[in-house]
Every structure is written in C-alpha cells, then in structure tokens.
Ligand binder design. Sequence first.
Ligand code: N01
Length: 524
Amino acid sequence: MTSPTPTREDKPNALSQPPQEVWPVVIIGTGFSGLGMAIKLREAGIGPFVLLERAAEIGGTWRDNNYPGCACDVPSPLYSFSFAPNPNWTRLYAGHDEIQAYLVDVVKTYGLRPHIRFNQEVACSRYDDKTRLWTVTTTSGESYRARVVISGMGALSDPALPNIDSMEDFQGERFHSAQWNHDFDVAGKRVAVIGTGASAIQFVPHLARTAQRPHLFQRTPPWIVPRPDRPISPSERALYKRVPLAQKALRGWIWSNLELRALAFTGKPVLMKLAERFARKHIGSQVTDPQLLEQVTPKFTIGCKRVLLSDDYYPALMRDNVTVVTDPIARASTTGLETRDGKHYEFDAIIYGTGFAVQRQIPRGAIFGRGGADLAELWDEHMQAYKGTCVTGFPNLFFLAGPNTGLGHSSMVYMIESQIAYIIDALRQMKDGGWDSVEVQASAQARFNKTIAARQANTVWATGCRSWYLDDRGCNTTLWPGFTFQFRKTTARFDAEHYAIETTRDPATSADGAAEQSATALVQ
Ligand code: N01
C-alpha cells in the first residue's frame, strides 16, 4: 500500500487522548467505514477521536467473515480506499486474507492503533439535550462522552439465524458463515448448509471437496454469472508500485464499467434481460443434469436479489457427493433436519449461510436522541436517514453505510468515502462556525426520502422478489437507487441550510451553565 504521509503505528500522540474527558469525536467500529473516517479526521486535524471496536482486532465484516473461499465480488483495485491504493493485490478479486491484511496495513500506515479501544462493544448511545453531548456506554461498563458520534457499524455485522422448529435439540455442530468454526474439521463429515446466497456459494465448493456428503437446503436459487477473476502478475504489480497512475487508471476503468450496470438496475430493468441470457448460458454450460438445472434456475428477474459471481459453485453441485434439497425445512431433530415432505436427513453439522440482520441493525434501547427518542422505535416503520448519514432528532450523530447507501452494482468503499467527505465538511463547518450541534431538519429528511422512494419504484429491486433489500412493508431501505457519482455529488458539500444549528451562544445553553461543556472544540 502506498500512502503520502505514513506515520509510526506504535507512537501514541496527542490525538489519541481525550481533553476534559469529552471526546470531540467517537467512532464506532473499525471496518472500512471507521478506519476511513479516522484517517480523514486526522488529515483534517479534527479530534481527538477514539474508535470503539467490539472485537479484539480491526476489520469489521472482513474480520468476521473468514469462511473458506471468502472473497470479494468487487475487483480489489476499486474495493479499497482511493487514498491508499494497494499495488500488491495478487488477484483481481482478492480473497479474505488479502483484504484483512490490507486493512491491518492501513491501520499501521496511518498510525491508528493507539486510537482504538478494543473489546468495547457499544451497548447504548444517549444524547443529552442540555449539554449537547453524547454518552456512549459499552457492555463492559465503560462510558465515553462525546460531542459527535460516527457509526461505522455497517449493515452486515449481525448474523441472521433462521427460525427453525426444535433447532436447539440438534446435538451436532452449528454455526453461521460469519462465525465459522475453524476448529471443526469438516473432512468426512455429513454437513447441511442452509441458504444459497453470496456467502454460501463461496464456501460450498470447499465443502464439496472436503465434507462427506454436503446437503444444500435451497429456498431460492440465486442468479450467478461467471467471475472474471485472474492473477495479477508480479510484473503488473511492479508497474503499479512504480507508476501508481497505472493502477489509478485501472481503478477508473473498473468503476466506469460497473457504473454502467446502474442503468439496468435502476433505470431500465428491461436491460436485465441481456444479463439474464448471459446467466442462463452460464448455468447451461455448467449444469448438465436436467433435474439440477431445473432446481437451480431462478424464476425471478435477474438483479432483484444480488447477482452473484462464481465459476466453481455449479460444478460443486454437479459432484456425486452433493445434494440440493428444495423441500422446505419443517423442523430440526437431535440428529438432523426434517423437510415438509417428511424426509429426515442426518448430519454432523449445520452451517447457516442465511445472511445478516440488515433491517433490524439498531436494536431497541441502543440509540437515544433528543428527548430520549429511541431510534429503533422510530425505524420500526422504515429505516430512513438524510443522505444515508443523518437522522432528525439525533443531533451530531452520523452514520456511515447508513440507510439507502448500499449498492447492487459497485464498491461500497466508494460510497463510504463519499459519506466521509460529507461528514468531514460538516465537522469543519461546526468548528469554523463554533456550532455545538447540527440536526437535519425533518422536512429535508422527508423530501429526500420521498425522492428516494419514487426512484425505487422503477428499479429491478421492485420487480417482485423477496430480498434483504426490502423491509417487511416492501420498502427498499438499503440500496441507493442511482449511480455512485450521483451519491458523491449529493454528499460533496455539507448543506448546513438543511440543518438546525445550535451554538454555544444560545441562551438555552448558557442559562444552565452547560456552555462550558459545549465549548469542546472539534480540533486539537
Ligand atoms: O446472505 P444472503 P449472505 N430458511 O442474505 C437463505 C454481502 N456479501 O451471507 O433467498 C432457508 O445473500 C436465503 O434464501 P432466500 C452481500 O452484500 C458480499 O450470503 O431469502 N433459507 C438466501 O439463500 C450479500 O448480499 C460478499 O429465499 C434461508 C440465504 O439464506 C450479503 O453479504 C460476499 C432462511 C441468505 O443469503 C449477504 O450474503 C459475501 C431460512 N429461514 C456476502 N433465511 C462480497 O464478495 C435465509 N435463507 C463483497
């Protein structure tokens, strides 16, 4: 990785210490979001800040998802920070180990470790209207007072487990793909996999090679297209090291190509017909068994759920030792799973590839804003924010990868960087203006979400399939319905005119003596 201003990792500095026990900024999480935010705060001279990490290591979803075969389905020159290119990727689509190593390297290069408090799982964040400060408490009982809280918790952090009758009776091994039990040797074992999403299609080929007779319980077959992966040769890597512009050009080329897909996803779902023909050809070329072909050919519009990339999934299903089960699971027993048609299957282990609790990512009692409002209650109907970043009633709270910032066609890191720039501009304006708090106006948030909802109506995600993109009411609360450059444009400047602003000079503050606290500067 190359960085313009590398700093020593181990050297604590002033920015890692809180002044007067109030942190100007607390960041939650150390995945791409939290780390990128911290780097840009440093560059802007805003802080001190602290990053709270629930685990003992950095990495977020890329730390947790380390199942066999885990890799990124976005090319790595784009699935990395624009300001920290990595000339050392060994493949176009990097595997888990390389991505996690990249993030560890970013932490080292930018000297972030002294800013991180590990094993600090945030239990509750509460805003105090009088002091205009947040108090963030962790499950270990520590608390951090802060002027600004930035959530980098992400949407794909908490596994979703299926609600299957009597599952607790099963005596074998059970785990979710994001909590892979590496101590459990699958070799020669009878293994059930529940789910056939992005994660499952990556680890099933491994199980097909190692386990005795994997059974794949499929509810809906996904659309899968070829994965145009390739090694990046040593000479190509040397070129990227010597001429960073060459890798930048590759990044730009990948970005533009992926961006074209947004047209089909969001404007003209009819264009998806071409993609569907391509995917059908892929299935047909790899699945020669007519019964399996029928089982794995999707019946919904391609793109309605995430389009997956794989060259080794269908060949894995074609193996004699692998069985695809499409009868719904009725219940579990002490020794296995029973399907609705009355068949019973015995297993040594059940592996959940059932995805994440995206729609219920903020539990009740976790975030309290102005007047003690509980964000989870507010989001009961629909998760929504302004520009995926701020929520009315929750001053000085910023979300990275928040509602409607997800993508079906390109790199989340690009979206995260857009939000980071927006937040940095917000904090700069707060600092320059001597503002205590910024809170998005309800009218601006409502207008923004009305536009988003209208645009969702024409997207491929609204063509009738069930996916985690939609909430219980069928509202798409997760994806950005447009090009990524449009999101960048909308977040290019912090539009203070759409925010309610409170300053230290407000009588309400000084009257009760809170002005002293509120003077916590957003700068060292
Ligand atoms: O989860 P999923 P995932 N009984 O939600 C099935 C990202 N990601 O962990 O389709 C039976 O995609 C469910 O069936 P159905 C990416 O954004 C990125 O695989 O709902 N089955 C489905 O088959 C992705 O979208 C990379 O009918 C049940 C599967 O479980 C997201 O993570 C790599 C069930 C869940 O699929 C999540 O992917 C991997 C039940 N009760 C993941 N409940 C990259 O490369 C659910 N299912 C960047």
